[in-house]
Design a protein around this ligand. Structure first.
Ligand code: SF4
Length: 380
């Protein structure tokens, strides 16, 4: 039967007033933008009887416009930005003797866990905000600049497969100095399905298709695979290897794919040895961290995702009957990556434009101000 979905790190459960959002979406005086996480496009269809893994991105964009969102954007765009920032940070630590191993920071379930249980590793976490929060910060700065809508007038909504994202956006480090949040409201995949049903939109019989709105809508295949365990690492390696000048192995890193709880790979990129690891499921984090502390594990770069399988199996995603459903979602996801015209984050044309016109360079002053954060120990 249907299993009960519970976030592995006990994040807030779904509680949101969808009726209020629905009401605001019909109000022409409100300017509401939405970002949709990579996992949504290959999972939400299940709520309407569509086969797991089916990519219904274009239908989703059209349906979100029908709901009344003023601009429909993609978290894939900011996932590519995350790779630009995190890849730059890793290369800086790696080549200049910085703190290693570096851990990914896009999963708030993992960040909460590290702050509560392993504060001794906080300096090892990448300082990059997650793709959700990077998008939010850009929606109140870059988007305001190009659209002419004041930051205080932009209401930024995100659709996430994750209940932990609902306490990420209320962190005091995820707002400007006046207390304006980067992301105003987070709704889960299942809540969005409810919102569609409330508006009598059935995605299964829905014919319309549209493209994402421009300048914060483009995403590469690398961004898409963020939704799977191993995906953030693979996306980072695609960019890091190009920056290092690696020519023989730079697109698919099958070494880091899979469903094992801990996966390790030893890569030689442009003559340099890089040790990476992927931690799949939060219960595998503590034994791994202990082995790093004891010096039994040598590693440079580590991805941690709290949910087994990654965001495809997040606490806010449609509840799968079993892991076979998650595996089918994953096949659909990597298929979407393969079909993408661009598969490396640094090739994203809108991301290039963002850096040229607004941010300057990855890891630069403006990026640090808007897109990076810090962590604090919450150990009792
Ligand atoms: Fe959320 Fe994804 Fe982390 Fe699960 S793996 S807690 S869905 S970010």
């Amino acid at each position: 039967g249907q299993c009960v979905k519970i976030c592995p790190v006990g994040a807030l459960h779904e509680k949101i007033d969808l009726k209020n959002l629905n009401h605001d979406l019909k109000n022409p005086m409100k300017h509401i933008v939405v970002q949709m996480a990579p996992a949504i496009k290959n999972t939400i269809g299940e709520e309407f009887g569509i086969l797991p893994g089916t990519d219904i991105t274009k239908k989703m964009v059209a349906a979100l416009k029908d709901l009344g969102f003023d601009r429909v954007f993609s978290t894939d765009f900011s996932a590519d930005v995350t790779i630009m920032e995190e890849g730059t940070e890793f290369l800086d630590r790696f080549t200049n003797g910085g703190k290693l191993p570096m851990f990914t920071s896009c999963c708030p379930g993992w960040i909460n866990y590290a702050e509560i249980n392993h504060p001794e590793f906080l300096d090892n976490l990448s300082s990059c905000k997650s793709p959700q929060q990077i998008f939010g910060a850009l929606s109140k700065s870059y988007y305001s600049k190009i659209s002419g809508v004041e930051p205080s007038e932009v209401y930024s909504v995100s659709i996430m497969p994750c209940t932990a994202k609902k306490d990420e956006n209320i962190r005091d480090t995820m707002m400007d100095h006046e207390g304006n949040k980067d992301v105003d409201m987070v709704i889960t995949t299942r809540e969005l399905a409810k919102l569609f049903k409330l508006n009598k939109i059935n995605l299964a019989g829905y014919e319309k298709e549209e493209e994402f709105d421009r300048l914060l809508g483009e995403g590469t295949g690398a961004a898409r695979i963020f939704a799977s365990t191993g995906g953030v690492m693979e996306a980072a390696l695609r960019t890091v290897s190009d920056v290092l000048g690696e020519t023989s192995h730079s697109l698919e890193y099958k070494e880091v794919r899979g469903f094992e709880g801990v996966r390790r790979a030893n890569l030689v990129l442009a003559g340099k040895e890089v040790n990476v690891a992927v931690i799949n499921g939060i219960k595998n984090a503590t034994p791994f961290l202990e082995s790093v502390k004891k010096g039994e594990t040598t590693v440079d770069f580590v991805e941690v995702m709290a949910c087994v399988g990654g965001c495809l199996n997040g606490g806010g995603a449609p509840a799968p009957d079993n892991m076979r459903v998650v595996a089918t979602r994953k096949i659909g996801l990597y298929d979407s990556d393969e079909k993408s015209a661009l598969r490396k984050s640094h090739e994203n044309l809108e991301v290039k434009k963002l850096y040229e016109d607004f941010l300057g360079k990855p890891g630069g002053h403006k990026s640090h101000h808007l897109l990076h954060t810090h962590y604090k120990s919450r150990k009792k």
